[in-house]
Each structure stands twice: as C-alpha cells, then as structure tokens.
Design a protein around this ligand. Structure first.
Ligand SMILES: Cc1cc2nc3c(=O)[nH]c(=O)nc-3n(C[C@H](O)[C@H](O)[C@H](O)COP(=O)(O)OP(=O)(O)OC[C@H]3O[C@@H](n4cnc5c(N)ncnc54)[C@H](O)[C@@H]3O)c2cc1C
Length: 548
C-alpha cells in the first residue's frame, strides 16, 4: 500500500487515498485529514475555576497553543438543585479567572449550549480563522458530579473518539476514578496529596476567537443583587485570602466553635464554596495547613508563645479535607447516588412519589414551631451557608420528625447551599436520613440542640424576630409558655409564631421505631455489607459498625 495523493492546501480538509500497490490504483481507504492547520489544545474549565494547581492547564500550556473555554450548559443550569445564587457565584469565579488568565496571556472564552455540540461549533469557528486552527486535544479534570454531567462526559468522550481528538481527564482531588476496591483508598489519597501544588503556568501561548464574549444568561444577576446577606464571593483570589485568614487567625478555636450557628460562621474555614467550584484545590488547602503546622512548630522551637488550640483545630480541618474526597468518592463509585437510596433495605420506607407539601413547606419556610430549625432554614436561605451540625439537624428533622424522603429535602437544601457539592450533599442527605445502612442512626433533637448550640439564644433571636422578647428559658420551646407569658413577651403561639407542626418526643420515638425495624430486619445486614464493600470508609471494619 502506498499513499497515492495528498494536496497540502492550507486550512482545507482534504483526502489522502491509500491505494493498492498495483498500478490499477484501487482505492482501499480514504482519510480526511487537516493539513497546515494549527493544532489547538483546548482547556475545558468546569468545576476547576483557578490557575494554580491546575494540572490540565499546566499540561496544555506545555504543549500550546491553548484555547480556554467555559460552557454554560442549559441542562445543568435548569437542574432542580441549581439556583441563581450558584450561577452568580460561578460568574464571579469566571471574572476572576478571566483576569488571571489574561495576565498569563490567554483569553477565557465562554459559550452557552449543550456538549459536545459546543465543541463541534467551535471546531468550525477555529477552522474559519484567517489562520485556520483545529482542536486536537482537550484537557479537563475528572469531574465527579451529578448524573447529568456524568452523561454529558460520556457523550463528550464518544464525540472525541469519533473526531479523533485526544481527551485527557486529569485528577484534581483525592477521588480515584475506576477504583477497584475501597481498601487502600486512604493511602491513595495520601499519595495524591504528597506532592506540592502546581504553580500557575508562567506564560501561555493562547488563541483567541474574535467576539468571544457572550451575553450573560438572564438569571445571572450580580451576587449583590440577589438579596442575600453576606454571601461569599467567587474567585481564586477570595479563596486564597479566606484560607489564609482561617489558618492565621480565625481557625484557632475551630474545633470547639465549629458546630454552633452563632460561632461557626467565623470559626469555620468557609472554604467549601471555592472547593466545590474548584477555585482552590484540596491539595492547596492541605499543603497550606501543613505549612501552618510547621510554622507553629518552628515558633514553639524558638520559644515563642503558641496557642495550644491550633494543633487540634488544624488536625480537625485536615480530617475534613479528607472527608471531602471520601464522600465524593461515593458518587464517583455510584453515579446514581443522587437518586438512588444507598442501601436497598431502606428503599420505600418513605414516600418517594411525592412529599407532604404542608409539612415540607413549613420546614422549608422556617415555620415548624421549633425555633432552631426555623432559624437555620431562614438563615441558610438568606446566607447560603450553615455549619455541618445544623445541616445535619435540619435534614434529620425533615427525614425523621416529618418522615419525608431525603430526595425532596435534599434538593431544596442544595438550592440554598452555595457550596453545593453533589457527592457530599446527597451522601450526607442519605446518611442523615438513616438509609445508608452503614452509619450510626442520629436523630437530632431540635430542642436539645437549641440549648446546646445556641446557649444565649442570639442565633434564634436574629432569625426568628417574632421571638426576640422571649426569655432564654423558653426560647427553645416557646409553645410551652402559658398564654399569659406569651402575652407578656409579645408572641402568640399559633398566630404570630407557629405551634409545633409535630410533637417532638412522639415524632422522634416513632421515627426511631420505624428506622430500627428496618435496620433489624432479616437481609438488612447483608444489604449493608454490600454498601460497605462498595462505599464504606475503612476506618472501622464492618463488624464493628453500628449496623444492628
Ligand atoms: C445534609 C448535609 C449536606 C451537606 N452538603 C454539603 C455540600 O453540598 N457541599 C459541601 O461542601 N459540604 C456539604 N456538607 C458538609 C459540611 O456541612 C460542609 O462541608 C461544611 O459545613 C462547609 O463549611 P466549611 O467550608 O466552613 O467547612 P469546614 O468545617 O471548615 O471544613 C473544611 C472542608 O472540609 C470538608 N468537609 C467538612 N465537613 C465535611 C463533611 N461532613 N463531609 C464532607 N466534607 C466535609 C469541606 O470541603 C469543607 O469545606 C453537608 C453536610 C450535611 C449534613
């Protein structure tokens, strides 16, 4: 066989015919190839909106020229767990990224549409440039997210194969793709974190399409116009500043203050919003924490005073960075986890077809008659954030007290968590509903939590102003006040503030009986074992888990 003809006309697609060696010139195959076209390395930004510790960007920059792209995908934007707040935050991240990339010499392009159709259109646009170009390689990160994006990634892979485009998907967290077994996962996480974060590329040879700017989507109001209070701002710059302030200053009392809704907003790292958009990497956080520990050690060695709380606080923070990946690994290993109950034995225990609108609306609107639940729900809807324990408590209340399916409450909360991360969120939603089979059953008592976590009542008074004059002794359960006291303190239970929608003690008892009936049923242990094998942390062996 030999190549019979090729016509290297600049920028044109044309044929190379491979023919039989005989003089009859029988055409065996015809290949369309692009000659003289500039090869472009496309960096497809998704949930990795940063320039530092960005393996895909670094690799593409080494091969160049680079085309940087972010795509607004209508199907993702219209998903029920996505809201205008998320888009506004991403917009800020993109503005920051655009500035940072411009400083490196490359333009960030933004397009709206479905994938891979956007790539296909881009290919035509690049071919039409005065100096035609063609995407030959796509660099992206291994994204672990909801089912829609999972399906889109499969479509993109198919398209790349068909078009002869090389697609590189590189890890960006401790999540391991195609993990054969959970055994040894912790060691794999350590190995990922062992090397130092990559610096930003020094200079990138970029390629720019004219008129690349697109109109922002109508829903993309600036974050400041969305009516939220103190909503965090997007971008790698803000992420790094916040991490620094946590490790230098705010985090000293993290371990003690992380659960109370009054102290947590200041004492927690608040880094989750940037981790979920990839404006900062887990490895950057882990290395910054290690560097801070080293600095504390050096200070101690030099005889300088060091607050003893730092060590335990940083240790707790580092454990949670690992949990981040541990929970996301569950979604990586079970991509339908956002819809499917983890442990088969618990399927059908709550009505999956529709929620009880009266109960769920009361919970969502912060009108349950339980002040800490109401304060949390109103607060998260106003600020986009709650600390872990309060998230667990509101989820537990919807699942146990109100006996609603985790999917309904989970989706509603996702819309208001600025840091919405499907792998963590839906795993935690299931965990706090008691349906994983492998975790301890925890039913949070909203009255006890109010007494412990809001001991001076400041958080409740801030978010439930109807109760501002109610004395501390009655604040966790204002409905227990006799009518005369209610009148004295300017509240009328059932009128100005709701009566409890369910009886606390009775609802907790009933839920406990229901969930334990399944937990003890024949077959549950085997079902739980299957979950453990596939998704469970190996910190404790299955036999020691609270599964009976
Ligand atoms: C029902 C429910 C839903 C949740 N949904 C989300 C979500 O959508 N996105 C999200 O990032 N976290 C979620 N969490 C976990 C946790 O509440 C948040 O990560 C944390 O409150 C974020 O605040 P922070 O960054 O100040 O956390 P810090 O306490 O400072 O912790 C540092 C980082 O560790 C990770 N982390 C902390 N706690 C957990 C945890 N329990 N599980 C996994 N990772 C953790 C996060 O990445 C966090 O940013 C959820 C928890 C529950 C109970």
């Amino acid at each position: 066989m030999h190549v019979w003809s090729s016509f290297p006309l600049q920028g044109l697609k044309h044929s190379i015919r491979i023919t039989s060696p005989s003089s009859t010139r029988i055409i065996l195959r015809t290949y369309d190839v692009d000659l003289m076209m500039q090869s472009v390395h496309l960096v497809w930004f998704k949930r990795d909106l940063r320039i530092r510790d960005h393996a895909a960007l670094t690799a593409a920059a080494a091969h160049g020229p680079v085309f940087c792209l972010y795509v607004d995908e209508p199907e993702l934007l219209n998903a029920p767990d996505h809201s205008a707040m998320h888009l506004a935050f991403v917009n800020e991240c993109l503005h920051d990224l655009e500035r940072a990339l411009a400083g490196l010499g490359v333009t960030l392009h933004r397009r709206t549409g479905d994938l891979p159709a956007v790539f296909a259109q881009l290919q035509l646009d690049l071919a039409a440039l005065p100096e035609p170009a063609r995407i030959t390689t796509i660099w992206a990160h291994e994204e672990t997210t909801g089912w829609t994006a999972y399906q889109r990634d499969r479509a993109v892979r198919r398209w790349c194969r068909a078009e002869g485009i090389v697609l590189h998907e590189l890890p960006q967290t401790g999540v391991v793709r195609c993990l054969a077994s959970r055994d040894g996962w912790a060691a794999a996480w350590e190995a990922r974190m062992a090397t130092a974060p990559l610096p930003a590329p020094r200079r990138i040879e970029g390629i720019t399409l004219p008129g690349h700017r697109v109109q922002l989507l109508p829903a993309a109001l600036p974050i400041t116009q969305l009516g939220y209070l103190g909503l965090q701002h997007g971008g790698e710059t803000a992420a790094r500043e916040t991490l620094r302030s946590f490790l230098r200053d705010r985090g000293v009392d993290y371990r003690r203050a992380m659960s109370s809704p009054a102290t947590a907003p200041h004492a927690c790292s608040r880094i989750s919003v940037w981790l979920s958009t990839g404006a900062i990497s887990i490895r950057t956080c882990e290395h910054a924490a290690r560097a801070r520990l080293q600095q504390l050690h050096d200070a101690e060695t030099a005889g300088e005073p060091v607050d003893s709380r730092w060590r335990s606080s940083i240790a707790s923070f580092r454990s949670r960075l690992r949990w981040h990946c541990h929970f996301m690994q569950k979604l990586e290993d079970q991509p339908l986890l956002e819809f499917e109950t983890m442990c088969d034995a618990f399927i059908g225990i709550r009505d999956e077809s529709e929620p009880d609108d009266t109960l769920l609306s009361a919970w969502y609107d912060g009108r349950t008659g339980y002040p800490l639940i109401d304060a949390c729900m109103r607060s998260v809807r106003a600020t986009g954030w709650l600390p872990f324990r309060m998230r667990a408590m509101v989820m537990s209340f919807a699942s146990y007290h109100l006996w609603q399916h985790w999917r309904f409450s989970g989706v509603l909360l996702a819309r208001h968590f600025l840091d919405f991360e499907p792998g963590i969120h839906y795993s935690q939603s299931q965990m706090q509903s008691g349906v994983t089979g492998i975790n301890a059953i925890r039913i949070y008592n909203p009255v006890k939590q109010a007494l412990e976590q809001d001991p001076d009542g400041s958080f409740i008074r801030q978010w439930v102003p109807e109760l501002h004059a109610v004395p501390l002794a009655a604040l966790a359960e204002p409905h227990t006040m006799p009518a005369m006291l209610q009148q004295m303190y300017g509240v009328e239970i059932g009128v100005t503030y709701p009566s409890p929608i369910v009886d606390n003690a009775h609802a907790m008892r009933t839920a406990r009986d229901r969930i334990w009936a399944v937990r003890r049923a024949p077959g549950t242990r085997e079902a739980a074992r299957r979950v453990y094998d596939r998704l469970g942390s190996r910190k404790e062996p299955f036999s020691r888990r609270d599964v009976r």
